[in-house]
Design a protein around this ligand. Structure first.
Ligand code: GLV
Ligand code: MN
Ligand code: MN
Length: 473
């Protein structure tokens, strides 16, 4: 693989400077340089009212912005858009970049069979379950450079900030970069975290799944250097592997910016579902086949797309949403009646039952449209229909306390987007921190978060990690 010049230079710098200052403390030994959370923050973690100043915690905003900008150049579409698809050449380069930053920060780096990447700062009680944080760096076509990235590069910087401040963790702290949070390549969202949490259906599915170019999951993984990607037991996390998981992410909605609130504390993540649908008709000549004789698979798809909107609106709640993000017609010629159509539907709600009712109504509509238009409904596949996840109160409380210490106003809120946290909640206590983003834009090139807002999120994350690392049980 060709490594761009700037990247090989990066490696050169890295190899001469060596790993940074985060180092493990030897088991059980008392070290006077070790600061506990109490020492670090100047109060007992059990006290309900904390002092406000945390002057020793500083974020290197210059380096962090530089890293975000540099990572965005590993893209298959021109700036300012970012396209980084699972196991593509740019994904591989971006992964190397993240691993280098982890090493440079002195973290011990490992990868699992599907390429979830872990960077650990060993605590002085390494036998305790670690506290984890992280997010993803894959980017859907023509999206922006902050979604997920803030939660990976920001997490590495949070550990660096803690290290610079003199803090030493009791529980180990681990940064995770999850494989393929976005469903772009294989249609499966949160692939890495879903496998970590254990999904027998997904394991079966991945053995036969191919992408749009007919490349199998295992071949794609192998081309990125993951030769044992089907060894799912290597990915599975045992319950209790982590004492807590907390993800930093841009809000992807407008509320924090509109209300001028720097921090969102997520209380729950809405329940997502996605569906693939195929219709088949006879196709034919666009001039010669008269209208009464047609069974147009394209019109069946168009009608179903409108039915999705209708069913979502019928729920009567602003929390129910539905999108047809993929609509393909075959053979795709202006003078040919579509003989096949393919739709992919995304629907979500904070109320799982209501979301399930929408899925069922979409299914009924697909059946009745096929019958009415005399086309075959050759596939109606619910790819995922996930329950919502709740944040754990012990984590939201630690984050609230961090905000108070930092004098940052916060708001408790729901995440309408899904995140790897949805699946980490199955194996660990979970929490999320949101920061504002410009006009709530996300999944488009205009996505933007100010570095000062990012720095606030990194500080809140750092303090929350410090608190959680200090907890005994
Ligand atoms: C995540 O990218 C989502 O679509 O919510
Ligand atoms: Mn996304
Ligand atoms: Mn994301």
């Amino acid at each position: 693989m060709n490594i761009p010049a700037r990247f090989s230079l990066f490696f050169l710098i890295l190899s001469v400077s060596g790993p940074g200052g985060i180092s493990a403390h030897r088991d059980g030994e008392k070290d006077s340089t070790v600061k506990t959370m109490e020492d670090f923050s100047g109060y007992s973690i059990h006290e309900p009212n904390y002092p406000t100043s945390v002057s020793s915690l500083s974020v290197d905003t210059h380096s962090l912005q530089k890293q975000i900008d540099e990572l965005s150049t590993f893209s298959d579409s021109p700036a300012p858009s970012v396209t980084r698809v699972l196991y593509s050449a740019n994904d591989v380069l971006a992964r190397r970049y993240v691993k280098s930053l982890m090493s440079l920060s002195g973290l011990s780096v490992r990868e699992d069979a599907v390429g979830n990447i872990f960077g650990r700062w060993n605590g002085y009680e390494p036998e305790l379950a670690p506290v984890a944080t992280g997010s993803h760096i894959d980017a859907i076509p023509y999206s922006g450079k902050y979604d997920g990235v803030v939660g990976v590069l920001g997490a590495i910087e949070a550990l660096n900030a803690l290290n610079r401040s003199g803090f030493k963790p009791k529980r180990s702290l681990e940064v995770i970069m999850f494989t393929s949070e976005e469903p772009t390549r294989f249609g499966i969202s949160c692939l890495g975290s879903r496998l970590m949490a254990g999904s027998v259906e997904l394991e079966g599915l991945l053995k036969k799944t191919v992408d749009g170019q007919n490349i199998s999951f295992s071949d794609a993984a192998e081309s990125a250097g993951y030769r044992n990607a089907l060894h799912f037991s290597n990915v599975l996390l045992k319950k209790g592997s982590y004492s807590a998981f907390i993800e930093l992410h841009i809000e992807q909605g407008p509320l924090l910016e509109e209300e001028a609130i720097p921090i969102g504390i997520v209380t729950a993540i809405a329940a997502p579902a996605s569906i693939k649908v195929d219709f088949e008709g006879n196709g034919g000549h666009a001039g010669a086949v008269l209208m009464p004789k047609r069974n147009d698979a394209g019109l069946a798809a168009a009608e179903l797309a409108l039915a999705v909107e209708k069913h979502v609106l019928e729920s009567g709640s602003m929390d129910t949403v539905g999108t047809v993000g993929i609509l393909e017609l075959h053979p795709g010629a202006v003078n040919s009646i579509p003989s096949k159509s393919h739709l992919e539907i995304d629907t979500r709600d904070i109320d799982e039952k209501r979301r399930n009712e929408v899925v069922e109504k979409i299914h009924q509509s697909a059946l009745s449209i096929a019958e009415k238009r005399n086309v075959k409904l050759s596939e109606f596949k619910i790819v995922n229909q996930d329950p919502p996840a709740q944040s754990d109160e012990s984590i939201t409380m630690a984050t609230e306390s961090a905000c108070r210490q930092l004098n940052l106003n916060y708001k408790k809120m729901i995440s309408r987007a899904y995140h790897d946290s949805l699946f980490m909640a199955r194996v660990s206590l979970m929490g999320m921190i949101f920061i504002p983003c410009y006009k709530g834009y996300s999944h488009k090139p205009e996505e933007f978060s100010d570095i000062e807002d990012i720095a606030n999120g990194v500080k809140v994350l750092a303090l929350t990690l410090a608190k959680l690392s200090s907890l005994q049980a």
